[in-house]
Design a protein around this ligand. Sequence first.
Ligand code: GDP
Length: 296
Amino acid sequence: MVFESLAEKLQGAFKNLKGKGKLTEKDVKDAMREVKLALLEADVNFKVVKDFIKSVTDRAVGEEVLQSLTPAQQVIKIVNEELTALMGTTQSKLKYASQPPTIIMMAGLQGAGKTTTCGKLGQLLKKDGKKPLLVACDVYRPAAIKQLQVVGEKLDIPVFEMGDQVSPVEIAKKALEHAAYYTYDVVIVDTAGRLHIDEKLMQELIDVKAAIDPTEILLVLDAMTGQDAVNVAEHFNEQLEVNGVILTKLDGDTRGGAALSVKAVTGKPIKYACVGEKLTDIEAFYPDRMASRILG
Ligand code: GDP
């Protein structure tokens, strides 16, 4: 499970605190040193760790905490609250357009899980009573269109495609006409990714965005890629102004740093977490639940 090793280390740090009864400022600082190392090992961004430790320490060495009857519990509670705040405090819901259709544009690097996630999101929304349409705008990756069609068939969600000889901007525009005609209320646009960020990819995404004015741009990030995922997020956000992030592959033995850094670094919330290859392996992201999971 993601965060397994982080959770273990944090629990170790807290065990020492709990064993002490009354706490001194030094006890708290020693524990925070362990927490800091654990977070860095989990691949959380250095600056994020530094700010986090400062916030927790400032609150935890106060008289009220140290003089309380259960100081260790108070410190753990503060860590929990600050971890939750780090990941965005409250669940960030998907925004719907006031007039349908809601247009969701998916972006991300190749292999991040974009195409799979389009299906997962469609499945969630369909379960929620929506009528989604998937749109195949990845005209470069061999078999990307076919992959989306297979996903659509499995979920019984229609896929709009125009082959790979038409520009993504054109396909996206036509898809919106199609959606209006057949009254789809959510349009999920799968876009092309590259192995690395490049200007041509970015320009194409900017053009698609301008053509369809999406309700939400969701960036699909592979949590296994750690700090790289956060760098990718920063870059995409600068160029495209994304609305939120979907983290994939949180089921792997990833160190989880991306989940803990991405909101702090980009200011954009994690909206969903994907936890497996199956099309049902997606869940809304709750910062408080994730923090509790990490703290055990
Ligand atoms: P794209 O290139 O961004 O469209 O990526 P794909 O949707 O083709 O996914 C790339 C690979 O990652 C596929 O083998 C997916 O099954 C896998 N994948 C996607 N999401 C997850 C996830 O949450 N967990 C795991 N374990 N694998 C995933």
